[in-house]
Design a protein around this ligand. Structure first.
Ligand SMILES: O=C(O)CCC(=O)C(=O)O
Ligand SMILES: [Fe+2]
Length: 286
């Protein structure tokens, strides 16, 4: 009997997930959302909002987050990791650590009573609306965390998030509300504008990846990587670095190609962060 190939299955699920995302957006009336940021998300797959909060509010958020970080660092000092690849989640009383190669991702749980200003960011209506523009659904506040990235030393242990990739075959929103400036040496977010579209060339590329690398267990997902030289075959521009000042929100559709930028070892990024990934085949949005 003829078996559907991984290429066919992957092409079909990518296409259907894209349709469902479109109907979710339509039923959530996401097309009514106006403004430069909504437009940028639709056109480029990324929006950058400098001066996101009024100065006094920003200072309060920063102070609360820095206090939580200092306290976590006192109980759990940051170490160098030399084992390759993604590390397991290391759970602590304050949240958890997870390494990508030598780079540390430290996620701190929100404690609303101790962190009223940070918790207000988690409920921010603008973030919810931008999430709706892309996914036709909103980010529940409980997913929001304080997120510290400490860049490792690439010569000693490669961080796989520094390779250009897309996260999954369906759309996902991630945001970072950066509390300190992120220079080109601090591993800024890097994004290929316009790469969030499922074009014909992109679908061919997706199918080729499934053919080359397979779909583990057919159901699970793999974040396929792409070389910069391949981008022009997909009629895409070169990746853009997104260095920012503190008090800047970066929000992106990670079906688009992106990576964590190159960084000086030990450099840090402090952010309020969340991601949202609805089940890809949900056809109705809110
Ligand atoms: O940390 C970053 O700038 C991006 C890392 C990444 O690829 C991701 O979070 O999906
Ligand atoms: Fe990613």
């Amino acid at each position: 009997m003829l078996q559907p190939s991984e290429t066919t299955i992957h092409g079909a699920r990518t296409t259907v997930a894209n349709w469902c995302n479109a109907t979710r957006k339509a039923t959530a009336l996401a097309f009514l959302m106006r403004g430069d940021e909504a437009r940028s998300l639709r056109d480029n797959g990324i929006a950058v909002l400098p001066n996101f909060l009024p100065e006094d509010q920003f200072r309060r958020v920063r102070r609360e987050a820095a206090r939580a970080m200092d306290s976590a660092e006192r109980t759990t000092p940051i170490r160098e990791r030399l084992e390759p690849g993604f590390g397991a989640q290391e759970v602590h009383t304050w949240g958890f650590d997870r390494y990508d190669g030598g780079t540390l991702n430290r996620f701190i749980d929100l404690e609303p009573e101790k962190m009223p200003a940070v918790s207000a960011v988690a409920r921010d209506d603008r973030i919810s609306r931008l999430c709706r523009v892309v996914l036709g659904t909103q980010i529940p506040p409980r997913r929001t965390m304080i997120y510290l990235t400490v860049n490792g030393n690439e010569n000693r242990n490669h961080d796989i998030q520094k390779d250009l990739h897309r996260d999954s075959y369906y759309r996902k929103i991630k945001f970072w509300y950066f509390l300190d400036s992120v220079s080109v040496d601090d591993g800024p977010f890097v994004y290929v504008p316009g790469s969030h579209r499922l074009t014909r060339q992109r679908l061919i590329w997706e199918r080729e990846q499934a053919h080359k690398f397979g779909i583990p267990g057919w159901i699970r997902d793999r974040s396929y990587r792409i070389g910069e030289a391949e981008l022009s075959d997909l009629a895409l521009p070169q990746p853009q670095l997104v260095p920012v000042d503190g008090n800047t929100l970066v929000i992106a559709d990670t079906f688009g190609f992106h990576r964590r930028g190159d960084a000086l070892p030990g450099s840090r990024r402090l952010a309020i962060y969340a991601q949202k990934r609805p089940w890809p085949f949900t056809p109705f949005g809110v």
